[in-house]
Ligand binder design. Structure first.
Ligand code: NAP
Length: 248
């Protein structure tokens, strides 16, 4: 039976690297995106070059309707997912908490927390052996920010990742007996466009010297950790986290 993986937010950055890595591992992949259709189509094309099936699907993970439609479409076109990589995440301009509006905080939480919950829900419904599914794997992309707090930059974002760590622990124990493993990765400073959204495109190069490894990370290095957590090589691992953060 072919194994299907859904990677949210995989039109670029860590998600794109993960979709391509999982395709090279032999999974059929769904490349989910929000606005960047051309980039998502390109990632799906690269995935197909590994001889697997690949589709790109627009869906806002913070919308319950969109997430349901995403999983229905994947079920129709590729089959029910074996793996979900919850990756789509956002942050806004570096600010102090005293300057943050409720609108901003809620938008971060809606995508980074509610979005992950909604995708977990739809995945579990289809994966659970209690519902006649074959089990599966969920990997939540958290952040080293959940441990560090991101003071002076984006505490709202860091707190959303703290919630994801708790989701990962709680859900792992909740669904273990239904054949589903749930783990997380915590990337550190990775070269992607997300730092532009924070108002500092060169943030990784400014901060890299504080890391024991003295360099920023590449999206492919995060994808490698996700690949291991999706694979059966990690079959005895659930409710765990891999730090992909240069030693800090
Ligand atoms: P990125 O380059 O900015 O890419 C973000 C992706 O998420 C894009 O594909 C974007 O789609 C998609 N997206 C955004 N909002 C969405 C929504 N509501 N619904 C569906 N897709 C949505 O970011 P990245 O750096 O690769 O980050 C990926 C994950 O890693 C995030 O969870 C982030 O918090 C985490 N992380 C990153 C770093 C780092 O240093 N880069 C460090 C720690 C953790 P469109 O392009 O189509 O809009």
């Amino acid at each position: 039976m072919r194994k299907v993986a859904i990677i949210t937010g995989s039109s670029k950055g860590i998600g794109a690297a993960t979709a391509i890595r999982l395709a090279s591992d032999g999974y059929d992949v769904c490349v989910n995106y929000l606005s960047n259709e051309n980039a998502a189509d390109e990632v799906a094309l690269i995935a197909k070059s590994y001889g697997v099936n690949a589709i790109s699907v627009k869906a806002d993970i913070s919308s319950e309707t969109d997430v349901k439609q995403l999983f229905e479409k994947v079920g129709r076109e590729l089959g029910n997912p074996y793996a979900l990589v919850n990756n789509a995440g956002i942050l806004f301009r570096q600010s102090r908490v005293a300057e943050m509006s409720a609108e901003r905080i809620n938008q971060v939480l809606k995508t980074n927390v509610t979005g992950y919950f909604l995708c977990c829900k739809e995945a579990i419904i289809r994966m659970s052996t209690k519902n006649g599914g074959h089990g599966g794997v969920i990997v939540n992309v958290s952040s080293a920010a959940s441990r560090i707090g991101s003071g002076g930059e984006y505490v709202d974002y860091a707190a959303s990742k703290g919630a994801i760590d708790t989701l990962t622990l709680g859900l792992a124990s909740e669904v273990a007996e239904e054949g589903i493993r749930v783990n997380g990765v915590r990337p550190g400073f990775i070269y992607t466009d997300i730092h532009k959204s924070g108002g500092e495109p060169n943030r990784v190069d400014r901060l890299k010297e504080i890391l024991p490894l003295k360099r920023g990370g590449q999206p492919e290095e995060v994808a490698a950790a996700i690949s291991w957590l999706v694979s059966s090589e990690s079959s005895y691992t659930t409710g765990s986290f891999i730090e992909v953060s240069g030693g800090r």
